[in-house]
Design a protein around this ligand. Structure first.
Ligand code: FAD
Length: 307
């Protein structure tokens, strides 16, 4: 019940001001977002990769209102990529990007987002890595897929995300699996209406398995984005049946969630990529993490009261 309320609050400017300005215990936010600057995040990258994990890096932020903010986001990714160059991690540290942070929702936003993301994809390719386009709410997806297709003309390894809660996603998976994309499958983290998305966990999970079957049997590179132990076992079984070797798919989880499982899967010889968010505009990302697990909200509220 709480999840949809928190998700609605995640798009509210009033709540954003209230929560962002609150004396939030730093520990609560740090659990999911382990740094605000490139200087703070580089040691985290070094620590995780030393443990045999791979990363996908996210500069937090979304729903910007001015083109200068999109340019600043682009520059933040370029600064990060420049620093990663010295670590020589190649594809062990890739980027995840929200197109709304690159201006997608502004006037002429589709072209603006494409113009802003291209230099990031080019810079990533120059250090031997790549970019994955995150999936946001359903109204943004046609534009996201069009930008993905455009980028893949020059950078075929550019990835994208699909969400099992949306009715459209099985068809998207068939198209993407047939053309050899890198595709991250997640359940979906936004508040979506019943006209476009399943509303019940059991339906979303069943759709996840159907879509995973399509991706594993297809010609692309599946990225299994979930912390759900049942879906992780099913993914391993589907990969085995499809004859995929350990380097022909990967698992992905969020920084701060089921961290023991990250290490366990990596130790078993799986590719395990940790989605690691950093930056100052953490509100939307943080609220979605609270919505996914109400126990996080109780912890958060307690920390505000006891401060
Ligand atoms: P759930 O059934 O929600 O969770 C399974 C178990 O994992 C829970 O029982 C709990 O133990 C643990 N868990 C899950 N979430 C939390 C949490 N916040 N705090 C503590 N424990 C938790 N969504 C998008 O819409 N677009 C994206 O681009 C996107 N990218 C993602 C990238 C990665 C690598 C991952 C892992 C997720 C991404 N998501 C994205 C979020 C996703 O849609 C889900 O909201 C999120 O992963 C929770 O679903 P789950 O599959 O882990 O299953």
């Amino acid at each position: 019940m709480l999840g949809p309320v928190i998700l609605a609050a995640s798009r509210s400017d009033r709540m954003r001001r209230l929560v962002s300005g609150a004396p939030v215990t730093k520990q609560v936010v740090d659990r999911f977002i382990p740094g605000e600057t490139v200087d703070q995040i580089v040691p985290v990258v070094q620590d995780l990769t030393a443990k045999g994990l791979e990363l996908t890096m996210d500069v937090v932020g979304e729903d910007i209102t001015r083109p200068e903010q999109a340019a600043a986001a682009r520059d933040a990714y370029l600064e990060l990529i420049d620093r990663l160059k010295d670590l020589e991690l190649g594809e062990r540290a890739e980027m995840s990007v929200k197109l709304s942070l690159f201006g997608q929702a502004l006037d002429g936003g589709h072209d603006l987002a494409l113009a802003n993301i291209r230099p990031v994809v080019e810079a990533a390719a120059a250090i031997g890595t790549t970019v994955t386009l995150d999936a946001e709410d359903h109204t943004t997806l046609d534009s996201m897929f069009a930008i993905h297709e455009e980028l893949r003309r020059d950078f075929p390894e550019t990835g994208c995300v699909i969400q099992s809660y949306l009715f459209r996603t099985e068809a998207d998976a068939r198209r993407l699996a047939a053309n050899g994309s890198r595709v991250r499958l997640v359940k979906g983290a936004y508040k979506e209406p019943a006209s476009v998305a399943y509303q019940h966990k059991s339906q979303i999970d069943r759709a996840y398995v159907r879509i995973l079957r399509i991706l594993m049997a297809g010609e692309g590179y599946p990225m299994v984005g979930s912390h759900d132990p049942r879906l992780i076992s099913i993914a391993q079984e589907l990969a085995r049946r499809a004859g995929r070797k350990p380097d022909e798919y990967e698992f992905q989880m969020l920084y701060g969630i089921r961290s023991d499982e990250h290490l366990r899967l990596a130790a078993e010889g799986h590719r395990m990529r940790v989605y690691t968010a950093f930056g100052t505009d953490w509100y939307g990302y943080f609220m979605r993490r609270l919505a996914e697990k109400p126990a996080n909200l109780r912890f958060f509220v307690r920390s505000m009261i006891t401060k």
